[in-house]
Design a protein around this ligand. Structure first.
Ligand code: AKG
Length: 283
């Protein structure tokens, strides 16, 4: 396991850290295969059937972002390679060790594919917690490069230290006219990253490297540099640590079968039968 104290310290201080070689070439190949299988079905208008269960989640979906930009969401239960990775790979241990959680559960997944340099394929600035129906510090995203992602191949970018903000921001995709305590307008987030003294970090990565991103860390991805047409694929999973409680509000994503599930109690941790614990800290 390549987690070192410097990764833990950087994650806590800056809200993002890169773990080089977190996943073997074999895991990268298997995940790439699963991505391509799900993408092919979704692109044909078919919903990949579940081959296992991760509890109530929204169905797999595909979203096009400009020319050559594709997002797949909620594919975890649709392919054996994804499910095997979830329980057999070092992913859950890595999340636990970096966040200091006593236990770790899987929440959701997304895949970001970019195959052309259209500016619209860039992922807009946001923080991931903007639509999460949970609260807690330990809700990171584990972003895994499945291809090499050099500086011209649409790397992730972060605003260092934004993980320590006492609030979250509206999603660019959610209603901007709703005011809720604890949220700031997305326009403010954009002003912060555009400020001349903004501490923006760029994260080139090799296939198999992983970034752990704090739920409040403001981040985006660049588009590919003009003329690039390489395949750029990142597979990202969201996780719930031991300090996380169910706390949906009017800006949270709703999940069919979960949002109204009687076992989901406001202010309580997610129940084990819907969110099995995948890793526990050694006693
Ligand atoms: O890889 C990307 O393009 C963006 C990933 C991202 O922003 C996320 O996972 O929240």
């Amino acid at each position: 396991m390549p987690v070192e104290p410097r990764h833990v310290a950087q994650y806590a201080e800056e809200g993002c850290t890169l773990v080089e070689g977190a996943f073997s070439p074999e895991w990268v190949e298997r995940l790439l295969g699963a991505v391509e299988r799900c993408r092919a079905l979704l692109a044909r208008g078919e919903v990949p059937p579940a081959v296992g269960s991760v509890g109530p989640r929204n169905p797999p979906s595909i979203h096009l972002t400009g020319e050559g930009g594709i997002q797949l969401r909620n594919c975890m239960a649709a392919d054996r390679a994804f499910l095997d990775w979830l329980v057999e790979s070092p992913a859950a241990a890595l999340v636990g060790q970096l966040t200091g959680a006593r236990s770790v559960r899987f929440w959701m997944d997304a895949t970001f594919i970019k195959e052309a340099s259209d500016a619209a394929t860039a992922t807009p600035w946001h923080n991931d917690v903007c639509t999460f129906p949970f609260t807690g510090e330990q809700q990171p995203s584990l972003w895994v490069a499945l291809t090499d992602v050099d500086e011209g191949n649409a790397p992730l970018v972060t605003l260092a230290g934004s993980n320590r903000d006492p609030f979250r921001y509206h999603s660019p995709l959610s209603r901007q006219d709703v005011t809720l305590p604890g949220y700031r307008p997305w326009a403010e987030l954009l002003a912060r990253v555009a400020a001349p003294d903004a501490d923006i970090r760029v994260w080139p990565a090799r296939a198999g490297d992983a970034l752990l991103i704090h739920p409040r860390t403001i981040h985006a991805s660049l588009a590919q540099a003009p003329g690039r047409r390489d395949r750029r694929i990142a597979f990202t999973t969201r996780w719930l640590g031991s300090d996380v409680i169910w706390a949906p509000d009017a800006l949270s994503v709703t999940v069919a079968g979960l949002s109204d599930h009687p076992a989901m109690r406001h202010g309580a941790p997610p129940p084990d039968d819907l969110f099995p614990v995948l890793w526990r800290a050694p006693a």
